[in-house]
Design a protein around this ligand. Structure first.
Ligand code: 2M8
Length: 461
């Protein structure tokens, strides 16, 4: 029974309440005073960067103060060079509950730029934060009693977001190509996507020098659903190389890192986030030179994505910086141009056709019309193993948001309806098998709760 069109109002209300209560319940006040939301209570007990931004977007519909605190807490981990780390560690997590933790990253020991007050990782994740800040500020401005607070919040957070964007646009794009370079597949957020198989296969791990590590993730999730041991060795090796170089991006320019890829999805989200940053800059009454700078980042990002366009793939391809080769793999990242927005009509048409083709939503074996992380037509597609096939509600939200912006609301509604239906049946799972609909990974994933709140809010319009 479709939830959205025919369900009584009370079913949507109930789902909304469950999402709201769940999201609040995943929040903690840590012993260092920060209030933030764990990405998942057991599997991911810290504050994750892009999770937190989506969580704040969801929270802004529940409690503006909590949403504001969420982003403040994350930015407490910002580094001196503007980077926003992929994890701000929860000081109250017992050693060994999640790895790698502070014992591996040792941010302050390896870099003078790491923050003093909190422990963090040294790599980053997709820069979606300005979108969250804009959502919060707009929400605040829409009500008389919170407008002044929202304006003050915009002035407080805008310079931090600007510094973060400057880091991405410069340290991670020394060539000025408009495409950001990631130095670790964890930075993509799509950790073991087949996009990274080629570059990862060239990472040669020296077993004698590799740090010793544990896999607490396997206590909370099925080993056949999580990245493999070989993947993990390579993850640690890449992180270790970056860390031992003082988390310095100068090594990027020298081609001295074992992994360096131009990530089109990361770059597309950066374009969208820059559009949010521009609007935030206006609210914060930023100087004209900064507005012009942000506009240049937007234009350059769109140019970079246009160059990454592959006519045969009908989408954008990542590029391995170390070989100069495009990575020809059918994953959700092909939709980076749609996500960045403002596509010329021919490309928009090609992206919409791809989305509905047998490579994605039109595949006859799909259990429901939600977008899988990897096309079932891609060799090596695995419907249950982490980013190699399963569907993530939060990425489906990114797609439905992009579709609405592109004027394709009916298709967005279809995906939204199927996603909400699945969530109402199975709860706020992390990801699911696209061929059976079976929920997988963490069963209480905060950004799935946030996506639900955003979708439910969307439907009201
Ligand atoms: C997953 O990543 C972490 C490492 O950062 C892990 O596998 O332990 C990814 O899905 C990532 O995108 C997400 O931010 C994180 C927390 O939900 O989990």
């Amino acid at each position: 029974m479709p939830l959205v069109s025919t369900a009584p109002h009370s079913r949507r209300t109930l789902l909304g309440q469950q999402a709201r209560d769940g999201l609040i319940a995943n929040g903690v006040v840590a012993s260092d005073g920060r209030r933030f939301t764990k990405a998942a209570p057991k599997l991911y007990p810290h504050q994750w960067s892009w999770d937190s931004a989506f969580i704040a977007m969801g929270l802004s519909r529940v409690d503006l103060n909590l949403a504001m605190a969420e982003m403040r807490s994350l930015f407490a981990g910002q580094w001196g060079d503007g980077r926003l780390p992929h994890i701000v560690l929860n000081p109250d997590v017992a050693p060994g509950q999640y790895a790698p933790g502070a014992e591996f990253w040792q941010a302050r020991r390896f870099s003078p730029l790491a923050p003093r007050q909190v422990e963090t990782s040294g790599i980053v994740q997709p820069p979606v934060h300005a979108m969250a800040l804009e959502t919060i500020v707009r929400k605040g401005l829409s009500r008389k009693d919170t407008a002044a607070q929202a304006r003050a919040y915009a002035r407080e957070m805008y310079p931090k977001a600007l510094a973060w964007h400057r880091y991405v646009a410069t340290a991670r794009d020394p060539e000025g190509s408009g495409l950001a370079t990631i130095v670790h597949s964890w930075e993509s957020g799509l950790d073991n996507s087949p996009r990274w198989d080629g570059p990862l296969s060239r990472v040669k791990v020296d077993g004698r020098r590799l740090v010793r590590y544990e896999r607490p993730d396997l206590k909370h999730a099925d080993a056949s659903h999580r990245p493999s041991q070989l993947d993990y060795d390579r993850y640690y090796w890449k992180a270790q190389a970056y860390r031992d170089g003082g988390y310095s991006d100068a090594a990027l320019a020298r081609g001295a890192l074992p992994f360096a890829v131009k990530d089109v999805l990361f770059s597309a989200l950066f374009v969208r986030a820059n559009e949010s940053l521009l609007r935030l800059a206006k609210i914060a009454r930023a100087p004209a030179a900064e507005l012009a700078q942000i506009q240049r980042w937007i234009a350059n990002g769109r140019r970079g994505l246009a160059r990454a366009w592959d006519a045969e793939a009908s989408g954008a391809l990542d590029v391995d910086v170390l070989t100069g080769e495009p990575l020809r793999v059918k994953t959700i990242a092909l939709f980076a141009p749609l996500i960045a927005g403002r596509l010329p009509p021919d490309k928009l048409k090609a992206q919409l056709a791809l989305l509905q083709s047998r490579d994605f939503l039109g595949h006859p074996d799909l259990a429901q019309k939600v977008v899988p992380s990897t096309s079932p037509e891609q060799p090596g597609f695995d419907p249950t193993r982490y980013w190699r096939g399963p569907s993530w509600p939060i990425l489906n939200h990114v797609i439905t948001d992009a579709l609405r912006q592109a004027g394709a609301a009916p298709l967005a509604r279809q995906i939204e309806r199927a996603s909400l239906e699945q969530i109402s049946r199975h709860g706020f799972f992390e990801y699911s098998n696209p061929l059976t609909g079976e929920p997988l990974g963490s069963r209480v994933q905060a950004w799935t709760q946030a996506a639900t709140l955003m979708w439910l809010g969307q439907g009201k319009r």
